[in-house]
Write a protein of this length. Structure first.
Ligand SMILES: *[C@@H]1O[C@H](CO)[C@@H](O)[C@H](O)[C@H]1NC(C)=O
Ligand SMILES: *[C@@H]1O[C@H](CO)[C@@H](O)[C@H](O)[C@H]1NC(C)=O
Ligand SMILES: *[C@@H]1O[C@H](CO)[C@@H](O)[C@H](O)[C@H]1NC(C)=O
Length: 273
């Protein structure tokens, strides 16, 4: 009688699958994406702290109390996917990172620009975006992020602070005129206040970088959404968020594996009958 033997084998397979699923997928945790400026592996960048520039050199980001610039990427200094030079560049208008011009419809206001710098820091420095990394076939990167659950307050604030600035497009990844080396509005795209192109916070955060973000209904501190900014003194809250979603993705994978095993079991039983 061969059946008990097959059953044993199946039980073993189920057991192995369950064991694997009990642990979060480590390949999704503490990783850097394969893109233009990222380090291969995350690690400390001790000098990602406050930059010693006088205020007049960094007016939009100066902490008047310290009379120097605070680098917005500093929360990631303990464990980061960005080098110091990338973090410094993230603070410049038209940096070498992407040659991107924030001021394509007149000067972007400082309250607005700080969110874009913070967004750049998260993208370049965070080692906690693994669950949302996808392969892409693009000349300038092999991987991108898709549908990162951004905490709703972070998006709301970004949108509110940018309402008084101007832009000419909804998707900032495509459709620019790059003939001058930096992005300019295409002739047919008129400059309007942000809320013309982004009527809601969701429109801004989800559409601007082709769905890199998908605004979450969760709040900052919930452990269920990614924070664009955090106080590093309390640790990096996005570590727990990445772990949670990596486990959830695993469970989804397990139910797939289980239905496969069920299929296999039925086939074997059918063959043996
Ligand atoms: C930034 O710094 C890293 C490490 O020091 C170096 O490998 C990289 O080439 C630098 N990038 C640029 C554009 O200077
Ligand atoms: C692109 O920009 C250049 C320089 O500003 C301009 O001469 C050209 O007409 C623009 N082309 C389009 C298609 O907008
Ligand atoms: C989002 O959360 C709010 C309040 O916590 C709730 O009222 C609302 O139904 C939620 N929306 C979705 C789509 O889950």
């Amino acid at each position: 009688m061969a059946l008990p033997m097959t059953t044993q084998l199946l039980l073993l397979l189920v057991w192995v699958a369950a064991l694997r699923a009990a642990l979060p997928r480590t390949d999704l945790l503490n990783v850097c994406m394969d893109a233009k400026h990222h380090k291969q592996k995350p690690g400390p960048e001790d000098t990602l702290h406050e930059q010693q520039l006088p205020c007049e050199k960094c007016s939009s980001l100066c902490l008047q109390s310290l009379e120097k610039c605070l680098l917005r990427c500093s929360p990631w200094k303990e464990n980061s996917c960005c080098f110091l030079n990338t973090s410094q560049e993230a603070h410049k208008d038209i940096s070498y990172l992407y040659g991107f011009n924030w001021d394509h419809c007149g000067t972007m206001e400082a309250v607005c620009k700080r969110h874009f710098i913070q967004d750049t820091c998260l993208y370049e420095c965070s080692p906690n975006l693994g669950p949302w990394i996808q392969q892409v076939d693009q000349s300038w990167r092999k991987e991108r992020i898709l549908d990162v659950p951004l905490c709703k307050e972070d998006c709301q604030r970004w949108w509110e602070d940018c309402r008084t600035s101007y832009t000419c497009k909804t998707n900032w990844h495509k459709g620019w005129n790059w003939t001058s080396g930096f992005n300019q509005c295409p002739v047919e795209a008129a400059c309007h206040p942000f809320d013309f192109y982004f009527p809601t916070p969701e429109a801004l955060c989800n559409e601007i970088w082709s769905h890199s973000y998908k605004v979450s209904n969760y709040s900052r501190g919930s452990g269920r959404c990614i924070q664009m900014w955090f106080d590093p003194a309390q640790g990096n809250p996005n570590e727990e968020v990445a772990r949670f979603y990596a486990e959830a993705m695993n469970r989804a994978g397990l139910s797939g594996a289980c239905s496969l095993l069920l299929c296999l079991a039925l086939t074997l039983l059918w063959l043996l009958s």
